[in-house]
Design a protein around this ligand. Structure first.
Ligand code: IPE
Ligand code: IPE
Ligand code: MG
Length: 255
């Protein structure tokens, strides 16, 4: 018999601001965000790049809350790519520390708010401490259902496919059994639906190795806004734009 506390729904992450009318909008189930522009945001203010990463990390919470409130069920955030290891060591250290600190400071509250944390990426090359923190976060929140926060960290789409192929071969999967569905089960995102909408902040028009398999039919939305400034209103605008898109999946429109 579950206790009363267990049966209570988690408290809402944020109240829906009255200005955001969701009537008639098609809400994407899974949104992926390429959180770009932290460095330029800081430089624009005469600050060092790490200040941008700090502001960017803080902004995740705001966008996560808005996503849950708008009814998005899976939010994948691109936080560190396999190519980002090529940045100066001090910047790489900052990015590792920011994830570690966020998990340390916010895990309890995220859990209390029904957020399920997932990790997409490789744990190879990550410090033991951070690896343990990530695994603990996944374990603690695995049964939460309000929203999935899938953190693409040490993630590369090509590395993910190579990893999947290697594990399929190690499992001795017969070649004629390899299908799109089976490959999907070997990807870091197994069990998650494909993204419906990919948002890129910071003004570039590229995927930078983000969800290259899964985003085959995602709608793409780019904004010049730097990630630390991407707020609820910007997310709303992206959803409205998505809502107006005609997703044909290669077919012709009937009627
Ligand atoms: C995105 O911001 C964060 C990461 C890639 C880790 P950037 O650090 O790429 O910021 P810009 O693109 O240099 O402004
Ligand atoms: C993409 O941003 C990676 C993340 C947001 C984590 P980058 O700044 O690394 O991408 P490029 O170098 O502009 O393609
Ligand atoms: Mg960048």
């Amino acid at each position: 018999m579950p206790s009363e506390a267990q049966t209570l729904p988690p408290p809402p992450l944020a109240r829906l601001p009255g200005t955001f009318d969701l009537t008639g909008l098609r809400i994407p189930h899974h949104v992926g965000i390429i959180m770009d522009g932290n460095g330029r945001w800081a430089q624009q203010r005469g600050q060092p790049r790490f200040m941008g990463h700090r502001a960017g990390t803080t902004n995740i919470r705001r966008v996560l809350e808005a996503s849950a409130t708008f009814g998005i069920k899976v939010l994948t955030i691109y936080a560190f790519s396999t190519e980002n290891w090529a940045r100066p060591p001090a910047e790489v250290r900052t990015l590792m520390q920011l994830l570690s600190r966020s998990l340390n400071d916010q895990l309890g509250e995220l859990h209390a708010n029904g957020v399920q944390i997932r990790h997409s990426g490789s744990l190879v090359g990550i410090s033991d401490t951070l690896r343990r923190q990530i695994l603990a976060a996944l374990e603690l929140t695995r049964n939460n259902t309000r929203i999935v926060l899938n953190v693409a960290f040490n993630y590369g789409g090509r590395a993910e496919i190579i990893d999947a192929v290697q594990r399929m071969m190690a499992d001795r999967v017969p070649p004629d059994q390899i299908s799109e569905d089976l490959l999907g089960e070997y990807l870091y995102t197994h069990g998650l639906p494909d993204p419906d909408l990919i948002i890129r902040t910071g003004g570039e028009y590229r995927l930078s190795n983000f969800l290259i398999w899964q985003a085959a039919y995602a709608e793409y939305y780019a904004t010049p806004t730097y990630w630390p400034d991407f707020d609820e209103g910007e997310l709303y605008r992206a959803i409205v734009t998505y809502s107006e898109r005609d997703r044909r999946f290669g077919k012709v429109k009937v009627g």
